[in-house]
Design a protein around this ligand. Structure first.
Ligand code: FES
Length: 638
């Protein structure tokens, strides 16, 4: 029962405190204190990832099911269940803390920011924001054009078209020109048929014109700093999305926005981008004033939250967002800390479930310019599929859930140090090899590790094709009373420095089975709706940073990817960043993004009659219909 009495909650080792009313959950207190705690289920008490320890004081509530007797004795509670009843000191465990909005670290940043580099020749570079150094002829009795006309006439020689300028800038213009011998730098920003003169500075300031490219993902936020004159990327960094306290997937985030308003989630996204900007500025010794523009891609919910748009209609029939093609805004309007008058361009979205990240992906892979039919599968927090060529594009979204991102599984984690990313099983008792991100002691399993693990369990027949672990195998690694709660122990506590047993449970396998079935079904149905099969696909692009680390053969063996020849499959990396960079560096490419969005048709799979049949058939490794997976079937037989 909540009361108005306030109590202090102190979080260690972060060292932050917050005063909250009695009855507030620790998760809510953490949210208010800006302490990121992993909460994949958004506070439903279902994921068990928000474990904290009460070091001083006591809390009300909190189920004991998620803990061992020893853990209960030591004060473990789920942050979403423990309610404040007196001042408390709370230790946020490493497992709940890492995987949160902390900076990802070098290995993680490399994984998430690994974007396909955009190939641009210098003369193709025509960025959204350009700086022009101008030395204007001073007025005379023979040349008495007004100051603004004088400026735009000079500018028009550099870039044709019409110009607009804000009143405050015009007010400052006469003084600036006369005090600086008519020697100024104008920053010109693309606004479709108009060009806005966003800023005027004294002298030649063209050397510092940088842009920020951001992929605002549900799980990770990636930023690249780009030199707008050369097109070169100065550097990249990434962090986990600070909205993590509000759930792992977009639906949980929308539910939180509905309950509490959009501001908290918006602020979290803005804070992430500001923190990444700050890091890049320090690392590359650039000043805020040099960053004149940001171009951002993300899924539709993420972009709504960033812009402070109400996302609630995204999850309700008829699933319509507030805006799919927002115009450029002043970045400060949402609190981004770039140059004072910097602009923020969001790439266009397609629908509630297909966002700007997919538009960017299409551009990065060049699908929209290809004569042949290509397919792109983006395995992110959700699964999105696009098929098409230069004539047409069609897309669908698969409610795959974030299982391959390490959520909703017992020892799942994101690809950060200690995550098992590859594994090979020798026989029923022994592993042949495994590797972890950063070669750190194993702490959990990330998506590519799960894919290897499933394929290896199939190969060694420790798991059957319906995904059931073989309790009768005689392997000491498979343990459990019955089929429903059994698990396979990948690494035992103490092995290779592991602090605890790292397992894949029967329930984890079920989540993976559903996720891979959803993604494969979406791709197959999309093709079927066009009368095509995978044989008609010239090239399959696997998008998402995850794609770079995925064992393609194993992804086929488990039926996540179609059984196509490997030389027709490409890991495309972070295509959201690559496509957004194209748009930032070229007005033509920015317009191309709009064309891609306009051209793309969205197929709502939920309404497709065949969906359920196909989805159920795909809930087998690799599939109930092995004819669709001849190579995988042969490999498993062998
Ligand atoms: S169990 Fe607490 S957030 Fe999921």
């Amino acid at each position: 029962m909540e009361s108005h009495k306030l109590h202090t909650v102190r979080f260690i080792p972060i060292g932050t405190s917050v005063d909250v009313p009695q009855g507030t959950t620790l998760l809510e207190a953490a949210r208010q204190a800006n302490v990121p705690i992993t909460s994949d289920c958004g506070g439903d008490g279902a994921c068990g990832k928000c474990r904290v320890v009460i070091c001083e004081g006591q809390v009300d509530g909190g189920s004991t099911e998620a803990f061992t007797r020893e853990e209960i004795r030591r004060g473990y509670v789920l942050a979403c269940e423990g309610r404040v009843r007196e001042p408390v000191m709370v230790a946020v465990l490493r497992e709940a803390r890492l995987g949160s909005s902390a900076t990802i670290g070098d290995e993680g940043a490399e994984i998430f920011s690994g974007a396909a580099e955009v190939a641009f020749s210098r003369d193709e570079i025509d960025p959204l924001v350009t700086k022009h150094h101008l030395v204007l002829p001073p007025p005379s009795l023979d040349d008495n054009a007004g100051d603004l006309d004088r400026l735009t006439t000079a500018l028009r020689k550099r870039q044709p078209g019409e110009f607009q300028m804000g009143l405050k800038q015009i007010q400052a213009l006469p003084g600036l020109l006369r005090n600086n011998d008519w020697d100024v730098t104008a920053t010109a920003a693309y606004r479709g048929s108009l060009t806005e003169i966003v800023q005027l500075e004294a002298g030649d300031m063209t050397a510092g014109n940088l842009g920020l490219v951001v992929d605002l993902g549900t799980t990770t936020v990636v930023a690249h700093l780009v030199d707008l004159r050369s097109g070169e990327t100065l550097g990249a960094t990434a962090r986990y999305n600070g909205q993590v306290n509000s759930g792992a997937d977009v639906i949980h985030r929308i539910l939180v926005a509905e309950a509490e308003g959009v501001q908290g989630l918006q602020q979290a996204a803005v804070n992430d981008i500001n923190a990444l900007t700050e890091e890049l500025m320090q690392r590359y010794h650039v000043s805020r004033n040099e960053i004149t523009v940001a171009a951002i891609a993300g899924n539709t919910t993420m972009l709504h939250l960033l812009l402070g748009l109400d996302p609630s209609s995204i999850r309700r029939e008829p699933y319509v967002g507030a805006s799919y093609s927002p115009p450029a805004f002043r970045a400060t309007e949402i609190g981004l800390r770039l140059a004072p008058r910097a602009l923020l361009y969001c790439l266009p979205m397609i629908s509630s479930f297909i966002g700007a990240d997919i538009v960017a992906g299409v551009m990065a892979t060049g699908m929209d310019e290809s004569e042949s039919v290509n397919l792109m599968i983006d395995i992110g927090t959700n699964g999105e599929v696009v098929i098409g060529n230069r004539e047409w594009l069609m897309c669908a979204s698969a409610s795959a859930g974030p299982a391959f991102e390490g959520s909703q599984t017992r020892n799942g984690m994101r690809a950060q140090p200690g995550a098992i990313d590859h594994v090979k099983i020798l026989d029923k008792e022994r592993l042949l090899s495994f590797s972890t991100v950063g070669s750190a002691p194993p702490r959990g399993i990330c998506g590519s590790g799960y894919i290897d693990l499933l394929a290896e369990l199939l190969r060694t027949r420790l798991m059957d094709r319906s995904g059931l672990l073989d309790l009768t195998s005689g392997s000491s690694r498979i343990r459990g009373e019955n089929q429903n709660d059994c698990e396979y122990v990948v690494i035992r506590a103490g092995e290779s420095g592991a602090e605890k047993d790292i397992v894949i449970t029967q329930t984890d396998i079920r989540s993976m089975l559903l996720a891979k079935a959803a993604i494969y079904t979406a791709a197959r149905l999309l093709l079927q709706s066009l009368g095509l099969t995978f044989d008609d696909v010239d090239r399959l692009y696997v998008a998402g940073a995850f794609g770079n680390y995925l064992g393609l053969e194993n992804a086929i063996i488990i039926g996540l990817l179609p059984d196509m020849p490997l030389d027709r499959i490409r890991s495309a990396g972070n295509t959201a960043i690559a496509g957004t960079k194209l748009a930032l560096l070229s007005k033509k490419q920015y317009e191309r993004a709009r064309d891609v969005a306009a051209k793309m048709t969205y197929l709502e799979l939920g309404t497709a009659r065949e969906f359920m049949d196909e989805f159920v058939s795909a809930q087998f490794f690799p599939h109930t219909d092995v004819e669709q997976f001849p190579t995988a079937a042969a490999a498993l037989k062998g």
